[in-house]
Design a protein around this ligand. Structure first.
Ligand code: GLN
Length: 541
């Protein structure tokens, strides 16, 4: 039977519960335990796949094609937790299941209620992962902030679970904030007291507190929090702002968080695992002398979380190349009309261009300008999903002479539909969960850049799109110098394109960013950064 750690947050949102949960998971792995992480999201959407990035941030996709919360990306980057459909439980999914059961007649005669029906469903969904993967410890992060109406059924469910599991088998970790009030010159503990009070009011007494602060948590504040929140002194941890999120597990490890968690769960260190590789990655980020500058051309750039996995994967590529990275976010709307002069000033000092995924017509022309600029100026280009479709459209228009070539997503009546709907998508009417999702095999062409980058002939990568390269145009493109270096064997779907007469121009229909870790960067990002460094060397930068 697995042990459980429930992680909640209080005072304000955006405290970094996902990273805190992932960090605890990492520390437990270092102590020899197999962990699984689950995220509970109190919104009524069945999954975040239908949400605008401005509402939600990035949608993280798992191997089995689940469209999930971006915290699962943190779980992947930090731990070896299995991640699948069952790793993200939403209110929408819970109600959908309960209502289906009700319609089927499963509750015949009964009145269906939040307690016990909704809470039972939440508990069943949370426990699915444990059964499938034999995890020793399951970490369950509850989205939202203590006191929200929406998260109440989840809190009630974990309260019940802890009681059912019995003492020593489940604990609660609560992440709070101690704001610094300048006028008083001190950290304030009251919001933390209130937040824990809220939890205790519904029957949850946290064993461990992690207190976010911008200043050191002095002995007085520390003692006060322990006393008023009814938590042992050595179980109150300061979680100070840090520059690098990858340092967090190391800092908590040093502070003894792992030891306390194991003690509370009646466990001993099983088999110490090395944290050296992780520490080395962190060290490189701190001490690297060289720095590269790459541009990410997107349309959701004002939202920090919209391209989370992309940003992280670029950082991982830099770690693998022993350098630092400066990521410049460029608003595609600003590049609409192709103007080399303007582009030169926008891309000043930028030695690599990345066009990430996206949906809808807004910003497309700007991305096309960026791709053309990268192709003509021989700047390393990495296109991801929409970024591949953009590379194809640009090549069609400006190299193959197909005027106004487009994707049918943006112009259904284009004369040259070089990107068109996947055949399996033609009759799809509903938006939710209906794209080409999850992992697919991609066979790499010998002698291609892709093959060189991956160092193997077959890879599995994750997808999330409806449109694809239109095979009708393949021959023309090949004649003009575009190589199709990665294909999905079934139906020969184009997964990777590259331009032969270019030092490093590669674009992929899938999302490699979902499979990159700080101490194990994804080959495409490692290769991209390497190419950028090479160009920078050439430019004498
Ligand atoms: N909008 C494009 C499609 O649906 C690309 C999707 C993406 O970039 N994830 O095919």
């Amino acid at each position: 039977m697995a042990k459980y750690i429930f992680i909640t947050g209080g005072v304000v949102s955006s405290l970094g519960k996902g990273i805190a949960s992932a960090s605890i998971g990492k520390i437990l792995e270092w102590k020899g335990y197999k962990v699984a992480l689950v995220k509970c999201d109190p919104y009524i959407n069945v999954d975040p796949g239908t949400m605008n990035p401005y509402q939600h941030g990035e949608v993280y996709v798992t191997d089995d094609g689940a469209e999930t919360d971006l915290d699962l990306g943190h779980y992947f980057r930090y731990t070896n937790s299995p991640l699948a459909k069952y790793s993200n439980v939403t209110t929408g999914k819970v109600y959908q299941n309960v209502i289906t059961k009700e319609r089927r007649g499963d509750f015949l005669g009964g009145t269906v209620q939040v307690i016990p029906h909704i809470t039972n469903e939440i508990k069943d969904l949370i426990r699915q992962g444990e059964k499938k993967h034999n995890a020793d410890i399951v970490l369950v992060e509850i989205g939202g902030t203590a006191g929200d109406i929406e998260s109440l059924p989840f809190l009630e469910a974990i309260r019940q679970m802890k009681n059912e599991l019995g003492p020593g088998n489940a604990i609660n970790v609560h992440l709070t904030l101690a704001p610094y009030v300048k006028a008083a010159g001190e950290l304030k503990t009251k919001p933390t007291q209130h937040s824990v009070g809220k939890l205790r009011g519904i029957g949850i007494q946290p064993e461990i507190l992690m207190v976010r602060t911008e200043k050191p948590l002095d002995a007085g504040a520390h003692a006060k929090i322990a006393l008023f929140c009814n938590v042992q002194q050595d179980c109150v941890f300061e979680a100070r702002d840090v520059e690098d999120i990858y340092e967090i597990p190391l800092l908590f490890k040093k502070a003894g968080l792992g030891k306390i968690v194991l003690k509370k769960l009646d466990l001993k260190v099983r088999k110490r695992k090395d944290s050296k590789r992780w520490a080395k990655a962190v060290r490189i980020r701190k001490t690297a002398k060289r720095k590269i500058k790459v541009g990410v051309i997107g349309k959701y750039i004002t939202l920090q979380d919209a391209y989370k996995s992309i940003d992280e994967a670029i950082k991982h590529g830099a770690i693998a190349n022993n350098c630092g990275v400066d990521i410049v976010k460029i608003e595609s709307d600003n590049l609409e009309k192709y103007n080399p002069e303007k582009l030169r000033s926008v891309f000043k000092g930028v030695s690599g261009i990345l066009v990430p995924g996206g949906f809808g017509v807004r910003g497309i022309e700007g991305k096309l300008s960026a791709a053309k600029y990268a192709r003509e100026e021989k700047i390393p280009y990495l296109g991801i999903c929409l970024g591949m479709q953009i590379a194809v459209i640009e090549f069609a228009r400006n190299v193959c002479g197909m005027e106004n070539a487009n994707s049918t997503e943006f112009n259904a009546r284009t004369k040259y539909p070089v990107i068109s709907l996947l055949s399996e998508q033609e009759y799809v009417k509903w938006f939710g969960g209906t794209m080409r999702l999850g992992k697919y095999k991609c066979v790499l062409k010998p002698d291609s850049l892709a093959k060189k980058i991956y160092g193997k002939t077959e890879v599995m990568e994750r997808h999330r799109h409806r449109y694809e390269f239109n095979g009708v145009y393949k021959k023309t493109f090949i004649r003009q110098g575009m190589d199709f270096s990665g294909l999905h064997p079934k139906g020969n779907l184009v997964e990777i394109v590259e331009i032969k007469d270019h030092p490093w121009f590669i674009a992929v229909q899938f999302h490699p960013e979902f499979k990159s870790k700080p101490d194990k960067g994804h080959p495409l990002f490692t290769g991209f950064v390497k190419a950028v460094l090479k160009l920078q060397d050439k430019q004498g930068g």
